[in-house]
Design a protein around this ligand. Sequence first.
Ligand SMILES: C[S@@+](CC[C@H](N)C(=O)[O-])C[C@H]1O[C@@H](n2cnc3c(N)ncnc32)[C@H](O)[C@@H]1O
Length: 326
Amino acid sequence: MMNPLYSEKSFHVVSDHVFSNPFQLEDLLVFDPQTLSDLLADDLRDLSVNDLAIAFHDAPEALVRLVRQALPEEHRARFAERQRLRALAPEVAARRRRILDGLFWELTYWKTPEWYEELTEGERLHPGIFRRLRADLHDRVVLDAGAGSGRATLDTLRAGARHIYAIDPSPGLLRILEQKAEAQHLKGRVTPLRGRFDALPLPNDSVDVTLSCSAFTADDGDEARRGLNEMRRVTRSGGKIVLIWPRPTDLAWLKRQGFTHEALPMQGEMQVHFRSLGSARRVVQRFYAHNEAAQQYLRQHPEPAIPFSVLGMQPPCDYVWTVVQK
Ligand SMILES: C[S@@+](CC[C@H](N)C(=O)[O-])C[C@H]1O[C@@H](n2cnc3c(N)ncnc32)[C@H](O)[C@@H]1O
């Protein structure tokens, strides 16, 4: 299948984001060429080579070099050729906005991981999830794929796992994960590793359980299938794959791949608990700047807790699982 990144499609800007985006084009320098190449193919696949050339028109040389390196060899000449042509300021600005908004979350993970940590530290998973998984995790070797700053990693260790490999592409999030593990005297039982779903840096059959929390998505069927195959490869036969807090829109796809869905009952409404009112305000200002309900809720309830429903999110109270058979 041809990657639509390199097709000639008409360009449009999607602007229905609730976040406020503080990133600048120069912030893309945080990515290495391979990571940017992966992001172009995943998150920006609707952009053509021409769009990219226009977006980086008159950009600093280091940035242009990075993008050129991130492009497949066969598209570099066209990128350079289009770069030499004129580009109008509004068309440059529209494409830059599309890129920065499309990479908002990745830029958050890589450039300002402490912001992501502040956002998620209050988004606690339903405690019943790890109570139910305890028997599967006790004394087991586990992989947390897309571990981020370790929300599920540390819960897994507290549920009795012997050792956990925490794999994520973002060096900044893995650093925070290590600091948290150290502060909780769990560091000796965690191995942080850089890596992606589609190329997990572990040998075949090396873990008893693979889990992933709020990270694995079925957006692009082919890539999701590659990720799932990798999770099956590294998990021993008879072990489980558990995906915590799947997106509701992915459930049908996951069921077709053999997963069973478990939703835990909630006692009352689940809330996000921020560390302080100041933290709640900061987080809402950045991540929910254009969510009027969240803004209004904080004005009316000046407290460090906001219901998930007000933020427009499904609460983290479910998971899907499947048994690996080889
Ligand atoms: C929403 S965060 C969830 C992080 C963590 N599991 C949690 O529950 O807080 C998504 C995570 O997926 C990671 N990620 C993005 N692309 C990935 C890929 N291709 N393979 C593995 N992880 C990826 C990001 O770096 C980020 O840490």
